[in-house]
Design a protein around this ligand. Structure first.
Ligand SMILES: [Zn+2]
Ligand SMILES: [Zn+2]
Length: 124
């Protein structure tokens, strides 16, 4: 699944399948299985709001900490933000609700710095 790791943008399962046809992948289910394995190992993440996948950009995710993603709606650039405080915050929330969370996802949509700058330039 090196395809995903080389791609800085999120990819849907079908995009990945297209790239892997030559490597013997035929069905989306095969791709989903491989992705599940990668996600389980902490080497990839699912972006729920985009229904897409992205390679993990941190080594620390293997430990299962919470990660937040900032997603630019203009250039589709995705940044993974790992911060211990995110895990602590979520643990606190779960505790408050007397709930045991098994997974969580935080996705922030908006505009990245580069796009924001480009917009200002166009305006001037
Ligand atoms: Zn990660
Ligand atoms: Zn952007």
């Amino acid at each position: 699944m090196g395809v995903l790791e080389k791609e800085p943008h999120p990819m849907s399962a079908y995009m990945i399948l297209d790239q892997l046809r030559d490597s013997g992948f035929r069905a989306p289910l095969q791709v989903y299985r491989a992705l599940e394995k990668l996600i389980g190992m902490g080497r990839a993440h699912r972006l729920e709001s985009l229904n897409a996948f992205i390679a993990c950009s941190h080594m620390s995710c293997e430990k299962g900490g919470a990660t937040a993603f900032v997603i630019c709606d203009r250039c589709e650039n995705v940044q993974e933000v790992c911060d211990e405080s995110v895990s602590l915050f979520l643990a606190g929330l779960s505790q408050k609700a007397k709930f045991r969370a098994s997974k969580s996802s935080i996705e922030l949509h908006g505009v990245c710095d580069a796009c924001e700058d480009a917009y200002i330039c166009e305006d001037a």
